[in-house]
Design a protein around this ligand. Structure first.
Ligand code: SGN
Ligand code: CA
Length: 556
């Protein structure tokens, strides 16, 4: 509490005239403070954005943000999982400092966040979409949040404390709410809006208009789709996120007809006391129950269109499942996964376009700092995986685009090691406030306004710490450091293993060189760097800290 008070006082409005005059090009009139929109998606990785070079899907509206703003090539999250990542963004602090280390936690909403600071400084604030922090949002004039993970069809929201089911498709509904908030705003004051999508989170249910749109596309496979994890440790081998083995046929791949759903008991019955069989039966039950619940939210007309769209896939699966090899099944499932994931991305991209058009129409587009990011990256078949959590590149890295023509040159790229904890201080600073000293990220303002040059004293390594184990997908607890050229990871808890990767020679992290004598010097240097970062951010006893888990498993 003492801290909060101190920070409140620290976040004075003092620096406005100077900073804003600089940003607004020193005009005579009282400079306008920028609006802020944070567009965040859930599990959208750079491999599925054409501005990052994706061959999987075209994202013209996101590409527009990149073309008219700055694209960050190296933005990293400190903890690649939803709730924790959201807490990092709100507070500008690492998980151990903001207290939200894993999805079972409840966010302490009394602590300092950037929306609160902006609100206190006169901004109109709104939070719309996936919140996933298990406590009510604070610091917003308007909030309308999905409950937990949220649903794709007819999603349930809590709006300023009241529950309401909203008909339609979640990505469209969130955008409608965002536009509605902007319509109702006071045009004389700046706004800050968190526009947070559920999409493209598992189980990747496309909007009706996108069903079947990729039926004829053959998606390029990552080189390591059939990875056997040789050259890596137990963490990579013992996870539960393989497309071939761990994807649920019904929930993830939609491989069940409505008639079969009705026979759920028969389908999931087992007499066998064998542990593996019981686990399989339980998984199948969860898979079908979850799918049924999601499917039942659709209207009859939507269900009919859905059934028609997935019937050919179900028929193909039946013809293939008993005769295909294990590899063929992985490859087939990967294709289906990509069809759904990319169709869901289309919904995001279109809605981002809709919001940009709206801002343009009301004359606020160029007055608004628009950020596009995701709560973390995601595996799209790399290492044979879906999901995230690992400190491996595909999910530690997250997309980051920033458009604000008054200060950010169009079409610029930055390769600075950025982090999502940098966003809070960036917004606070660009709104003309002093950045509170306890924010651990560093404002990106200098990077944004430099045309892409990285300040000489910028960070040289990013810190990571993942805690949620045992849990979904069995990714072991780990922490580590990524520098421009290397990555050092320590897996701990029920294991004690180190991994070191040469990111220049081995960008896909296929060969752990921790014990390779050729890397002895690098290894010592990285250990020292890691310790320094841990001291600096206060995570000094990463394996020893008392760690209670699964207190609120229903929150996951
Ligand atoms: C759900 C998903 C998991 C996913 C977590 C966390 N299972 O539990 O696959 O890893 O969310 O995701 S599901 O059967 O409910 O789809 S996060 O993005 O919210 O952190
Ligand atoms: Ca996520």
């Amino acid at each position: 509490m003492k801290n909060l008070e101190r920070m409140r006082q620290g976040a004075r409005y003092a620096a406005v005239p100077l900073t804003m005059a600089a940003l607004a090009g020193c005009r005579d009139e009282q400079p306008r403070r920028p609006n802020i929109i944070v567009m965040m998606t859930d599990d959208h990785t750079a491999q599925a954005m054409s501005c990052y070079g994706s061959l999987l899907v075209e994202t013209p509206n996101l590409d527009r943000l990149a073309r008219e703003g700055m694209l960050f090539e190296n933005c990293y999250v400190p903890n690649a999982i939803s709730g924790p990542s959201r807490a990092c963004i709100l507070t500008g602090k690492y998980s151990h400092a903001n207290g939200f280390t894993d999805n079972s936690r409840t966010f302490d909403g009394d602590q300092q966040t950037f929306p609160k600071l902006l609100h206190e400084a006169g901004y109109q604030t709104a939070m719309i979409g996936k919140w996933h922090l298990n406590s009510d949002p604070q610091g917003f004039d308007f909030w309308s949040i999905l409950v937990g993970q949220g649903e794709y069809y007819a999603p349930l929201f809590i709006e300023n404390g009241e529950e309401k089911v909203c008909p339609g498709y979640v990505t469209d509904v969130i955008t409608d709410k965002a536009i509605d908030f902007l319509e109702r705003r006071d045009p004389d004051r700046p706004f800050a809006m968190l526009y947070y999508h559920k999409a493209p989170h598992r189980n990747w249910m496309p909007a009706q208009r996108h069903l079947g749109m990729f039926d004829d596309k053959v998606f390029p496979e990552p080189d390591n789709l059939l990875d056997d994890y040789a050259g890596r440790g137990r963490a990579a081998r013992e996870q539960a996120m393989e497309i071939g083995r761990d994807m649920w046929p019904e929930w993830d791949l939609k491989l069940i007809t409505p008639e079969e759903i009705a026979r759920i008991d028969e389908l999931t019955h087992t007499d066998d006391a064998n542990k593996d069989d019981v686990k399989r039966a339980n998984d199948r039950l969860s898979s079908i129950m979850q799918y049924r619940a999601a499917y039942d939210r659709m209207t009859d007309a939507e269900k009919a269109r859905w059934n028609e769209a997935y019937a050919p896939r179900i028929a193909e699966w039946r013809a293939l499942r008993d005769k295909a090899s294990k590899e063929e099944i992985v490859r087939w499932k990967y294709q289906q996964y990509m069809k759904d994931y990319c169709a869901v991305i289309k919904g995001v991209d279109e809605n981002v376009g809709r919001l940009l058009d709206y801002l343009e129409r009301i004359g606020e587009l160029d007055n608004t700092i628009i950020v596009y990011t995701s709560d973390q990256g995601f595996f799209l078949g790399e290492h044979g995986w879906f999901d995230k959590r690992f400190m491996y590149e595909e999910c530690q890295r997250t997309p980051l685009l920033v458009r604000y023509p008054k200060a950010v040159k169009a079409g610029t790229r930055s390769d600075a090691l950025a982090m999502n904890i940098d966003l809070a201080p960036t917004f606070v600073e660009m709104a003309g406030l002093d950045v509170p000293e306890d924010m651990q990220g560093r404002s990106l303002r200098e990077v944004l306004t430099s045309g892409g040059a990285t300040p000489a004293d910028w960070r040289t390594g990013v810190y990571y710490h993942y805690y949620e184990y045992p849990s979904w997908h069995s990714v072991k607890r780990h922490y580590g450091i990524r520098t421009r050229d290397h990555k050092l990871i320590h897996f701990y808890n029920d294991v004690d293993e180190w991994e070191l990767y040469d990111m220049q020679r081995d960008p896909h992290e296929m060969r752990n060189v921790y014990d390779d004598p050729a890397y002895a010097e690098v290894r010592a240097r990285l250990h020292a760097e890691l310790e320094r970062l841990q001291q600096e951010c206060g995570d000094t006893d990463p394996c020893e800290r008392e760690y209670e888990f699964f207190r609120g498993a229903e929150n996951l």
